[in-house]
Design a protein around this ligand. Structure first.
Ligand SMILES: Cc1cc2nc3c(=O)[nH]c(=O)nc-3n(C[C@H](O)[C@H](O)[C@H](O)COP(=O)(O)OP(=O)(O)OC[C@H]3O[C@@H](n4cnc5c(N)ncnc54)[C@H](O)[C@@H]3O)c2cc1C
Length: 441
């Protein structure tokens, strides 16, 4: 028996700005999927994972949504060769708990482990090792895809190259991903040797990032986006490599702190963000240097507090992540930071990362050679939208793009210009999303 679709008001993406009711089914077994596809034929359909996308790319308010997160079975783990096949709803968190004690790790991971395999493929996610490993899709060996028009398919880069390239980074629009098989990477312990390097301004960032990319597997920087003048772009650079020192203990989820309710809207204002940024910069400057660090705080610092998105208050948050190409990155990142600092709305989570040259696998993958800047803004309605529109103009002028996984408002002409192959996507005729209806149709 298939679980029916039911109307729910509690389903939102991570930004919590969109609050439309969703018509959702939550199957427990893969054989429940074909009847659900049939049931949705008069409407439109979309799969969602753990809804760690920020905007509307994992929502389908005008149609039906299949929450895939309970389809989380590990199908096969070859611990000798580091190959894992699991149902698409398996979370990175659960996978790590299985594989780390055997000396394996995920080839690429985003900044939270609460994402599913299906979501990671559909957004072709990137991590702190983009310059050495590229995106997640490069490490995918095979995908089990259920399409409304072709039934069950197995996609590999060799046997179905174009549908594989459409599905990786395909925003869930090429069908339901039922399972994924990936190559893992060998580790010698669950620890990294990490180094924290404070930098005074943007010029210093470019020097450190260039020097670090050649020597370190993982690099990323936090920037104080409210600093101005000689300190514009000051921040904390973090770089690391796996080390053989330490045990193979995986993380534990039992002790996570939880934010119980929305914080009042005044908690994150210019003064509090500015004070936070100042403190964060000073504390990390004082703690600079090398240390042995377990993978959980290194890759997933925000996961220590469950539901931290509620700190942004009842109106939610808008994330803004752009990438600008090599040729224009220095001017564009400076102009973006000047605009944000002058506006004063501020973001406590501002991340700068240089993407490497490895080409993405997906037709619509976001990463490309250049520099990416990601920021979280409390949603202040028109004032925030006006600032983001000013940032759009700078990114567009630089020939850059915005990340659909983080977006809830990109104008359609900007999406279509920065993802010029969008019409080639081999979309399943039944699949759609709030995002796709907004930017592409
Ligand atoms: C704190 C935080 C840090 C993050 N850091 C990064 C980062 O460093 N790098 C990065 O790239 N991203 C990052 N993200 C974004 C996140 O990695 C992506 O949005 C990811 O795709 C979310 O996975 P999910 O399982 O929650 O998928 P959802 O958000 O639920 O869905 C994402 C997309 O996948 C599709 N989808 C999901 N499951 C399936 C399926 N089974 N079949 C077909 N389509 C499916 C959905 O339709 C949707 O289009 C971060 C997010 C947060 C909250």
């Amino acid at each position: 028996m298939s679980e029916p679709f039911v109307t729910r008001n509690d389903i939102t993406s991570w930004g919590r700005v969109v609050r439309e009711p969703q018509h959702v089914a939550t199957p427990r077994f893969l054989d429940q999927l074909p009847p659900l596809v049939d049931a949705a034929r008069n409407s439109s359909l979309l799969a969602s994972g753990l809804r760690r996308s920020y905007g509307d790319s994992c929502l389908n308010g005008d149609g039906d949504l299949i929450d895939m997160s309970k389809l989380d079975r590990i199908i096969h783990f070859d611990s000798a060769n580091g190959i894992l096949r699991a149902a698409a709803g398996a979370s990175f968190s659960a996978i790590l708990q299985l594989i780390v004690p055997h000396g394996w790790f995920l080839p690429v991971t985003p900044g939270t482990r609460f994402v599913t395999l299906g979501g990671a493929v559909a957004n072709d996610v990137h991590g702190k090792n983009h310059h050495t490993a590229g995106t997640f899709g490069r490490h995918v060996r095979a995908i089990g895809l259920l399409r409304s028009d072709r039934g069950r398919l197995t996609l590999t880069p060799q046997t179905e190259p174009s549908l594989f390239a459409s599905t990786v980074g395909g925003l869930g629009l090429t069908g339901l991903i039922e399972w994924v098989e990936i190559d893992l990477v060998k580790i010698d312990s669950a620890y990294l040797e990490s180094e924290t390097v404070p930098f005074e301004n943007l010029d210093a960032f470019w020097d450190i990032t260039e020097a670090s990319a050649e020597k370190f597997e993982f690099t990323v920087a936090w920037v104080d986006c409210l600093a101005r003048g000689d300190n514009l772009g000051r921040g904390i650079f973090s770089r690391a490599d796996w080390t053989p020192y330490g045990s193979f203990d995986s993380h534990r989820d039992g002790t996570l702190k939880r934010i119980p309710a929305d914080a009042p809207n005044f908690v994150l204002n210019r003064m509090s963000i500015s004070a936070f940024n100042e403190l964060y910069y000073r504390v990390n400057k004082a703690r600079s240097g090398k240390k042995l660090q377990h993978y959980a705080p290194f890759f997933y610092p925000l996961d220590a507090v469950h539901g931290w998105n509620k700190l942004y208050g009842g109106k939610g948050l808008l994330q803004y992540q752009c990438v600008v190409p090599r040729a224009t990155e220095r001017t564009a990142i400076r102009t973006l930071l000047e605009t944000i600092a002058a506006d004063g709305q501020g973001s406590s989570l501002a991340v700068l990362k240089t993407f490497g040259d490895l080409p993405p696998v997906g037709l619509l993958s976001f990463p490309r050679a250049g520099t990416t800047l990601a920021l979280d803004f409390p949603n202040r309605g028109a004032a925030t939208l006006a600032l983001l529109a000013r940032l759009d103009a700078i990114v567009a002028e630089a020939g850059g793009a915005l990340y659909p996984a983080k977006d809830g408002r990109i104008p359609s002409d900007m999406f279509q210009r920065s993802f010029p192959r969008w019409q080639e996507l081999q979309r399943d005729p039944l699949m759609s999303s709030d995002f796709w209806r907004r930017v592409a149709i």
